[in-house]
Design a protein around this ligand. Structure first.
Ligand code: M6R
Length: 615
């Protein structure tokens, strides 16, 4: 859960690395560092803090030079965030320098062994142990850097994406991957290394994504050689042509990526269903689903595994799959699922949802489900991500890069994919009437317009944010399809404003949380026109009777809740089953504006990172 960047070529490495680190900062931002080969030796600067702090340190301490370098932005695992624990790390001789994303689990025993052999350590990190292990092997076995890396990695347990170079051989970088992503950008007489392709997209569209247990030796003159770490066999790498463009990874005039991504939703929801949903013809076609149709249709159960916001999208899917396709669904936190001994058979279909496609818990849960014989279907955003490759089949969400740590467009596009799957299954199984099916297709096609309409309430939501920004707690309530939206609304507020918030099914309130309600407690209630409308109105009355402050998400034209609530945020009418795609919009905007008013770092909230690639 860190970002790594490397460059070897004919340009100045530092600006490329610095810019790359800025783009990868979503992966971790508690410290950063850079090491450059300047023609005679290695220059290094590293610091606790963000990439901007690194930039200031570099300006103050070194004159960055050279066409070979590596850089790192960290989310601490071993050792607190401080200057010393920041990457890159030197080996004891000062010859080797390394950056690492991942965890070396058996670093303790290796460290002891190295200390016995006279090695000393400055940091508390597992990474400094790894670079010294490589150095020890290189000296003892009298082998080249690449070979030493390979032997070392065969002796470690854990996960890694690493880049390492030797100041005595400044024409090569050695990289390797297991569990953490690593892309190699191939330019004209230049090569880039990064956790994803964003750091090099303006230089080249050609990239190799290393597979797990692969390493590459990148030589300036000889190009890239990919090998299997286990048996040293040569691999013929697939060079992928990237579709990413630079606008997609910049803020485009918005103050924050999160706001840009909230506003992208009408467009990206269209991208999600483009070519897959033909409403007039009554067609939904998703290649991965069609290939596995009989497995889905005959499934005993669908088990959905995911974490965080993706788990909330899974909960929405539980309602629609059961309602429309009449297939029993269980939604599990991947982190719990992986450590139980779940009962899964080859009659189950597992759907793994992940924006990044790199979440370690989800990945481990996928491996377990595969071992037990289930078909595993991925719903991922990042093309070529580990989860998209580990799953048997799947559908991409096509949301484009989501850089704000708080997921927004990932959530709505995941629900869009899952909705299409559920509708297609309902059609094939005949569990939904043709007219209902056609109506849902038409309504789904209209969702982007309704999301755009919901976004128009931003000014009003800003006013509400101003009134409640200093509250210490929030409750979020919803029923049915909108219960997961309540959970998601609470998560959004927590993670970017650091205000405690809880989501609850509205009717559960009376079983406990009602005790929390007093005149200080804002309660956000999703009260759109639905099957549960009257019941939610009763819940609102209960809150009012205890002087709680009601902020209600209502359907345009609502009068009843408008009378009762202290504040309302209106959304256009949709069928209840599709309403999460719209009701989530005001909640995203509410948390965004509260966080901005509290002067929080919206795109990079404390302690978090975009993809959680550790347990
Ligand atoms: O990349 P994934 O969808 O697998 O990530 C799962 C969670 O880590 C993620 O949704 C997290 O909860 C977000 N920060 C929520 O906004």
């Amino acid at each position: 859960m860190c970002g790594i960047v490397g460059y070897i070529g004919h340009r100045d490495a530092y600006p490329i690395i610095l810019n790359g680190l800025k783009r990868l900062e979503y992966r971790g931002y508690d410290s950063a560092g850079v090491a450059l080969y300047d023609g005679t030796g290695i220059q290094m600067a590293k610091t606790k803090g963000k990439v901007a702090d690194l930039e200031a340190k570099v300006n103050a301490e070194i004159t960055p030079n050279g066409s070979l370098g590596i850089g790192h932005t960290r989310w601490a695992t071993h050792g607190v965030p401080n200057d010393i624990n920041s990457h890159p790390h030197y080996s004891n001789s000062g010859d080797l320098v390394i950056i690492h994303n991942g965890i070396i689990e058996n670093y303790g025993s290796i460290k002891k062994e190295l200390i016995n052999r006279g090695y000393t350590f400055k940091s508390d990190t597992d990474t400094e142990v790894l670079v010294n292990l490589i150095e020890e092997i290189k000296k003892k076995e009298k082998v080249k850097l690449g070979k030493a890396v390979q032997i070392a990695l065969n002796n470690v347990v854990g996960a890694y994406a690493i880049a390492v170079f030797d100041r005595n051989k400044p024409d090569e970088i050695v990289v390797a991957k297991l569990g953490s992503p690593l892309a190699i950008g191939i330019g004209e007489n230049e090569f880039f290394v990064a956790s994803d392709a964003t750091p090099f997209i303006e230089f080249t569209n050609n990239a190799i994504y290393l597979e797990d247990e692969e390493m590459a030796i990148i030589r300036l003159k000889k190009g890239v050689k990919v090998r299997k770490i286990k048996d040293d066999s040569l691999v013929d790498p697939y060079i992928q042509e990237l579709k990413l463009n630079i606008e997609q990874i910049e803020k485009g005039g918005y103050d924050h990526f999160m706001l840009k991504e909230i506003y992208e939703q009408p467009e990206v929801i269209k991208d999600t269903y483009r070519g897959r949903l033909l409403a007039k013809q009554g067609i939904i076609k998703m290649a991965g689903l069609e290939e596995n149709m009989s497995k889905f249709v005959n499934a005993n159960r669908i088990i959905i595994i995911a974490c965080g916001t993706s788990w909330h999208a899974g909960l929405v899917a539980e309602y629609i799959f059961e309602e429309w396709a009449r297939i029993p669904v269980e939604v599990e936190y991947a982190s719990e699922f992986r450590y139980r001994n779940p009962i899964i058979t080859d009659k189950d279909v597992v759907i793994a949802i992940s924006q990044s496609g790199e979440t370690a818990d989800t990945l481990a849960a996928i491996k377990l489900a595969k071992q037990k014989g289930a078909l595993v279907y991925g719903v991922c955003n990042v093309v070529g991500s580990t989860i998209s490759r580990e799953t048997h089949s799947g559908s991409y969400t096509h949301a484009g890069p989501e850089i704000g740590v708080a997921s927004t467009k990932a959530f709505t596009t995941q629900i869009t994919v899952l909705t299409m799957i559920a509708l297609r299954l309902a059609d094939v199984k005949g569990t939904m009437s043709k007219s209902d099916y056609m109506m849902h297709l038409r309504e789904l096609e209209m969702i982007p317009d309704l999301v755009a309409a919901a976004l128009k309430s931003e000014d009003k939501i800003k006013e509400i944010a101003k009134i409640f920004k200093d509250a210490s707690n929030f409750l979020y309530l919803g029923r049915g399809y909108n219960f997961p939206v309540a959970l998601e609304g609470a998560l959004k507020l927590k993670e970017i404003s650091y205000i405690h918030a809880e989501g609850y099914p509205a009717a559960e309130m009376k079983h406990g949380p009602i005790a929390l309600i007093d005149e200080q407690m804002p309660v956000v209630v999703i009260a759109v026109n639905s099957n549960h409308y009257e019941k939610v109105v009763s819940n609102i009355e209960e809150i009012k009777a205890r002087k709680g402050k009601i902020i209600a998400v209502v359907t345009e034209g609502d009068t009843v809740v408008k009378e009762l609530a202290d504040y309302v945020m209106e959304v256009p009418a949709t069928p209840e089953s599709l309403s999460p795609l719209v009701t989530t919009i005001p909640l995203q905007l509410l948390s965004y504006h509260i966080a901005v008013m509290l002067d929080k770092n919206v795109d990079q909230p404390r302690n978090l990172a975009k993809s959680v690639t550790v347990e």
